[in-house]
Structures are given as C-alpha cells and as structure tokens.
Ligand binder design. Structure first.
Ligand code: OSB
Ligand code: MG
Length: 378
C-alpha cells in the first residue's frame, strides 16, 4: 500500500533489458558539507528498455557512507540480487511497494529502480510523469545550497550570484566554527533574504545554547543540526530554540515523518525522493505532512539531470510549498549527461521538463565520456 491513487498503476509492460551504468560527472567546484567534500557526482544509473522506449533512474547513493549508510556498491548489490529478480512477479506499483517492504532499508536502491519503472510506464502511456501521477503542471521554485568554504568571502560571492539570479531562497552549509560568523556576514549584506542553514548533523544536543545564538538571524529554518539518525533529540532542541527545525537525513520513510511530526521534532521536512525509497513514498510523505500542516520541500543530492528531473516532477504535489534545493544545471556541472539543462526564468522559476516520462533525453557523447562501468543485469 502506498497512496491509494497510485497502488493500481501498472508496472511497464514487457521489460526487455535492465542495465546498470556507473557514471562519474565532474563538478565545477568541490562541494563540502560538515562531513565530507565531493569533487564529482558518481552515480549508478538504472536503464530499463522495452521495445523502442527506455526508462531511466538515478541512485542518489554516493560511493562513500558520508551522507547515508547506503553506497553505490551496496545499492548495486541490492538492485541486482534482491530487486530485479522479483520484477517478473510484480504487476502494479502497489505490489512493488509491498515487496519493497520486505527488503529492509536500502531505500536509495529502491528509488533508483522505481524511478526507471515510472519513467518507462509514463512513456508507455504517452504522458509526462506528473500527469501520469495525477498532478497539475506548476512552475517550480528554485533554491540553492552553498557548500562550506575556506573563506566566508567565497560564500558571500555565491550568495551574491544566487540573489542576482533570483533564486527563491539560499541555503548555506554550516559546521562548528563556520556558523555564526558566516550567517552574520550574509545578514549584514542581505537583511531580508530567505536564508537557511544546513548542519548535516554537526552538533550535539548538549550544544543547544550555541545553536540558540542562530535564533537572532531570522533564518527560515535550520536543517539537521543533530545526529543523522536522531529524531528524539531534535524534539528537545526544538523546544529550546525559536527557529524552525527541518529534518533531512533522519527521515527515511513515512513512518519516520509520522514520528517526527508526532514528537514536534521539526516544523519542516526536506523530502528527497531518492532517499526515502522513490517518488511514491515521497508523495505519501508530502500528503501526510500537508494534512498535518507541515510544509515540505524537495532536497537534492547534486544529482545529474536524470535525478533532478524526478525532483522537479515531485514538486507538482501541492504540499511542496517551500523552495527546495533545485538549482540550475550550470551550478553543478560544465557538462551533464542529458540534453535539457535546468534553467531559471527571470523570476527564478524552473519549468517542468517537456515530453513524456521524466522528460529528459540522454546526451550520448557526454554519457560515453563519463561512463565508468556498465553491466547488463536482466
Ligand atoms: O544535506 O541536503 C544535503 C548534497 C549532497 C548531500 C547532502 C546534501 C546536499 C545538498 C545539495 O545540500 C543539494 C543540491 O543542490 O542538489
Ligand atoms: Mg541536508
């Protein structure tokens, strides 16, 4: 069972082949959180073929366990050994989700396969993914996530660029020693900019008095200040600071979202469809949160254009009232693996991709250049 409206959607007809393709797409500049620095996007892609049509999914797991316990290698293993062999017995997305319930965790692996199946199923119906899922087209709000830098000056430079492009909100990564000073300097220049901070679990609950000092800067929210697997301590922290808390890493499922909302551990949720097991789980969380008047936004994992397209379609659900981490392609890459770059219009909005399914097409030259390995697995 997922959302009733999606349970009976049929899986694509007649799957001919499934390929797993590992790409490594260099970033323009390294991207740092409080925990790690990445220099490129290494992503496992799932390519499902049926006749003339192809569905694509992107696994958001990194090669390392520095954002999540799942990795490229663990997800490849789970996809190959425990997800694909079962597909022949599954007829609907509701049944797929029942089976996903048996395979514990490994939600990034599940999302990658689900995305490819949805892309292909929507293409077989001749519909854009958001229409296939039952949502209306909307312009998508933009947001930017600025990594931790050696010098505050370099953060300010990127904030200036974001403001110039009319991004709807700016998020900056913070860590111990690079928090109050960075936020204070941004606020000196931009008093009313919609601004938030993401700590990626850099603090302990015992450091709440330090986090309280962020309250004076009128931040939209502070994302995941405490442990990556904690919900309870965030609920204590939320009683001690006035700024809204937002959870990212510790929300893996609708069950986690229910727990977080019941405990008042956060007032906002960052939903990454790639982290929670796919579009359908993400939509169920958005639906639940909307019902409980908890605003949500779509996070990102510095995805290639494939994963980014799914994040865009996701935001057609009306629960996504806040700008997320969906930025222009040119912010991440000199060259992406798809042909349709994400760009902002003059008001900072992003258009949904045209075309059926996720609406993106592979750039074969770039794909060839960035492919590290590929394997036929079905
Ligand atoms: O914590 O939201 C995060 C990127 C990689 C891993 C974790 C995070 C992020 C981002 C960037 O903040 C989001 C994006 O621009 O896609
Ligand atoms: Mg985050």
């Amino acid at each position: 069972m997922i959302l009733n409206q999606h349970d009976n959607l049929a899986l694509p007809e007649s799957i001919d082949a499934v390929e797993l393709i590992l790409v490594n797409v260099p970033f323009k500049k390294p991207f740092s959180t409080s925990n790690y620095t990445w220099t490129g996007k290494e992503a496992l892609l799932v390519k499902i073929t049926s006749g003339e049509l192809t569905g694509w999914g992107e696994c958001v797991a990194d090669p390392d366990p520095f954002y999540s316990p799942e990795t490229v290698t663990s997800s490849r293993f789970i996809i190959k050994e425990f997800i694909l062999p079962e597909l022949k017995n599954i007829k609907t997305f509701g049944q797929l989700y029942d089976y996903f319930g048996k395979v514990r965790g490994n939600r990034m692996a599940k999302a990658a396969v689900e995305n490819a199946l949805l892309d292909l199923a929507a293409k077989q119906k001749g519909l854009p993914l958001y229409t296939y899922l039952g949502y209306k087209p909307v312009k998508i709000k933009s947001g930017i996530s600025i990594g931790i830098k050696e010098k505050t000056y370099d953060v300010l430079y990127e904030v200036d660029e974001a403001v110039e492009k009319n991004y709807h909100r700016v998020k900056v990564k913070i860590t111990k020693g690079k928090d109050l000073s960075v936020i204070r300097d941004i606020r000196k220049h931009y008093l009313i900019l919609p601004l938030m901070a993401d700590a990626n679990g850099a603090y302990l609950q015992s450091e709440w008095e330090h986090l309280q000092k962020l309250d004076r800067f009128n931040l939209m929210m502070i994302e995941q200040p405490l442990g990556y697997d904690d919900i309870y301590e965030h609920s204590i922290l939320q009683t001690r600071i006035t700024t809204d808390l937002c959870l990212d890493e510790s929300i893996h499922s609708i069950a986690d979202a229910r727990t977080a909302i019941a405990l008042n551990a956060c007032r906002v949720i960052n939903i990454k469809q790639g982290r929670v097991g796919g579009m359908l789980e993400a939509l169920a969380i958005a639906e639940y949160a909307q019902h409980h008047r908890v605003p949500v936004w779509s996070g990102g994992m510095d995805e290639t254009g494939i994963g980014r397209a799914f994040n865009l379609h996701l935001q057609t659900h009306p629960g996504f009232t806040l700008p997320g981490d969906t930025s222009e392609t040119s912010r991440y890459f000199n060259e992406d693996i798809i042909n349709e770059p994400v760009v902002l219009d003059a008001e900072g909005y992003i258009s949904l991709p045209d075309g059926n399914g996720a609406g993106v097409s592979i750039n074969n030259d770039s794909m060839g250049k960035f492919t590290v390995a590929k394997e036929l697995v079905y």
